[in-house]
Design a protein around this ligand. Sequence first.
Ligand SMILES: [Zn+2]
Length: 361
Amino acid sequence: MKLVAKFRRPGSRIIAMLATAILLLLLVLPVSCSKPESPPEPVQGEEGKNPGGEQLDAPEVKIDYQALGVNEAGEIMILMYHEIGEPESTWCRTPANFRKDLETLHAAGYRLISMNDLLDGKIDLPAGYSPVVLTFDDGRNGQFRYLEEDGRPVIDPDCAVGILEEFYAAHPDFGLAATFYIFYENPFGQSRHVQQKLSHLVEKGFEIGNHCYSHGNLRRLAPDQARRELALQVKRTQEYLPGYPVRSLALPFGERPDEMSHIIEGRYEGTTYRNEGILLVGANPAPSPFSVKFNPAALPRVRASEMETDGVGLYDWLERLRENPERRYISDGNPAVVTVPEPLAAQVDQSRLDGKSLLTY
Ligand SMILES: [Zn+2]
């Protein structure tokens, strides 16, 4: 009582202010202490500290798997594009619509990974985000075009590569990745620029895939002709890009023979090929590379189109995965650990973990 009375005296104002300041400090302190727990980013930073994947024992940063819906056995969209240009049609996306696709995917929590990363199960995204793969078939001019400016070739800002690079510059968190399934003699339609284009793509981290040497129908071709189609594409690609590993195939016309062994790997006139991933034409997201359902020899793709999609185009699937988030692959933020909800543990193919730990919650 005496103390309180003392504070009330005019001469003790400074002491009263100090007490208030200490009280405020105590109130504020717990808030700033809890702050580092909220953002998911630090989990990725942990990678270097625990190269053996021992993060399970050192949960310095708590990820709320339940709240984020983490599910690394979920499905992944592999989007299929053909031409980028005008006008919009079943097999042609306008530059404006392609930009809209990227904006929509980015806003909906999708991030780019490459086809090879999918095949390798190398999915390194922050917690709560979903991978998406972009594929372009046929090497159309609208996918990669040079314009002449003062006698120098510059990338057309309205071709797929121009749009992707511009989007990446504005949104580096989205990533930069796509696989171009080309055939010959003249991929991307400007014969004088083939070397420059293929070199540029690989330099930027894009990938080149097999689409047969002359877009052959692999269902109709005899095995030896099919081997020729597949091997010559690799041979020609490696003439431009010495040693380049062509690792996946997009089936021309979506057609494949019943017997697939000579499509998966083979040799023709000294050139060997091995298609670790084989892409179909339709019509749904692919299983996670950690799922027992993952079949690299028959990976379905989602058509990135809004015309004649029959309910299985990009926007149909975006909506379906939004309404059924438990189907969607959602990252735990740690590439060394595969995290799934407890009831899905049996869906994980242990043989595909490749040294990663499995965590259920
Ligand atoms: Zn094609």
